[in-house]
Design a protein around this ligand. Structure first.
Ligand code: ADP
Ligand code: MG
Length: 418
């Protein structure tokens, strides 16, 4: 039983084997242990999970964690079990027997943490089940999914405000690595967290070097970028499944060990490629955006984009998978005007209502501005999240190659033409 010690620092040491809290983890933990609601806006890799796991272990009852992806739940539950925490996930991938066993453990108070999908958390059945047990807290992970401004809107998240009315007095903590002001306001409003304390930390990832180039010969450009790394693993993002396959094949032909990953692949093969990526130290995973959420591989040394993402949030999330261990890492994107045209067409022809299309266009334009900036990229990215940075970080391409020597006029011409 992991709950032998009720003191947060003891739990951090004894259960997780870490010597100290990071950043504001301790403040969040203490606030939630005391019964407060919290909104936690920390970047990827900051350690948000402990912000709800430790309070769940300190407080009486089970911590209920709402999480958007079954794969994400599975990874977290496995990691928790390994350190002796009694964790389980209720989702559609379980057999009847497994689901019954989890419900039984729950009703007997034998679980520390229970992961559920948002669809399930809002059902009457869930409310009935939860009415009979002690609940330590509700954690709403990846809370940006509640917002259409977020890069990963999930309508099911919208119903989660019912937790506030159904379970008054149970602390709620919403967590995300997306913190632009629109998304943050949406989280607070949609999840009825107006009284919550908001914890933010800088979104700067100082160990990540940013580079954005104009695409002319993408394969040769990619090869040149990858040649900077030796015995290192990284991710190459492509927009389409076909391009993922072609790029992986081509890299292998060039002597770079690469594996494809996209949602159109056979499930077992996809999992095998993900596992290989997590374990190996010299592997290039070529993937669509289907890969990445919740992946905790600390030593991803590079992230390359062969196509433009749809928003700054998506770009930040995807590049943020590099360098979670804090060591120097490089992210690189090759983009061209064809991307912009394609993205605009995807928005125009997509099924979203006009109101959403307007948002999507605005988000694309915000990313384009970062691509086209002559100033410090880090400063521009952080400004998007409402954070001031003095600029001239000295690590991004625009800092290393100041504007006069490259594309002052070209950028201006393109900006006028766009
Ligand atoms: P996030 O959800 O914010 O992206 P995670 O909760 O997945 O981040 O944590 C990222 C990594 O940091 C994990 O490997 C986790 O074990 C580690 N970690 C978190 N807190 C600490 C800490 N206080 N000391 C050392 N490692 C930590
Ligand atoms: Mg997380």
């Amino acid at each position: 039983d992991a709950r032998g010690a009720a003191n947060p620092l003891d739990i951090l040491k004894r259960v997780y084997g870490f010597s100290a809290f990071r950043g504001q983890q301790q403040s969040v933990v203490e606030h939630v242990v005391a019964g407060g609601d919290a909104v936690v806006l920390f970047p990827t890799g900051a350690g948000k999970s402990l912000c709800f796991q430790i309070p769940a272990l300190c407080r009486k009852g089970v911590g209920i964690v709402v999480s958007p992806l079954i794969a994400l739940m599975r990874d977290q539950v496995e990691a928790l079990k390994q350190v002796g925490v009694r964790a389980a996930a209720l989702n559609s991938s379980l057999t009847r027997e497994e689901a019954v066993a989890i419900r039984r453990a729950l009703s007997r108070g034998e679980l520390d943490l229970l992961y559920v999908t948002p669809e399930r958390a809002v059902t009457d059945g869930f409310a009935e089940m939860a009415a009979d047990i002690d609940i330590a807290l509700f954690a709403i992970d990846e809370a940006h999914c509640v917002s259409q401004w977020g890069h990963d809107f999930r309508p099911e998240y919208r119903g989660l405000d019912c937790l506030a009315s159904r379970f008054p007095g149970v602390p709620r903590i919403a967590l995300t690595a997306t913190a632009d002001p629109h998304t943050r306001d949406d989280i607070i409003e949609r999840l009825a967290l107006n009284g919550a304390r908001v914890f933010t930390s800088s979104f700067d990832r100082p160990n990540i070097a940013y580079e954005i180039v104009e695409r002319d010969q993408p394969r040769q450009q990619l090869l040149r970028f990858l040649s900077r790394f030796k015995d290192a693993s990284g991710i190459v993002y492509c927009l389409s499944r076909a391009k993922v396959e072609e790029t992986a094949d081509w890299l292998n032909a060039q002597g770079i060990r690469a594996l494809p990953y996209h949602a159109g692949m056979d499930r077992a093969l996809r999992d095998a490629h993900q596992d290989a990526f997590l374990k190996e130290e010299n592997l290039c995973l070529v993937a669509t955006v289907a890969f990445g959420m919740g992946i905790d591989k600390p030593d991803v040394r590079y992230v390359a984009h062969l196509d433009l993402p749809g928003s700054v949030e998506a770009y930040y999330q995807e590049t943020g998978r590099a360098g979670r261990d804090g060591l120097p890492s490089e992210v690189w994107m090759a983009y061209g005007m064809a991307d912009v045209i394609q993205r605009r067409r995807m928005i125009d022809e997509g099924g979203s209502p006009e109101e959403i299309k307007r948002i999507e266009r605005a988000k694309l334009n915000a990313l384009l501005a970062i691509c086209e900036t002559a100033g410090c990229r880090r400063q521009a990215i952080l400004a998007h999240f409402g954070e001031a940075h003095p600029g001239r970080c000295g690590h991004c391409d625009t800092c290393l190659k100041p504007v006069e020597t490259w594309d002052g006029t070209e950028a201006a011409i393109k900006a006028l033409a766009a």
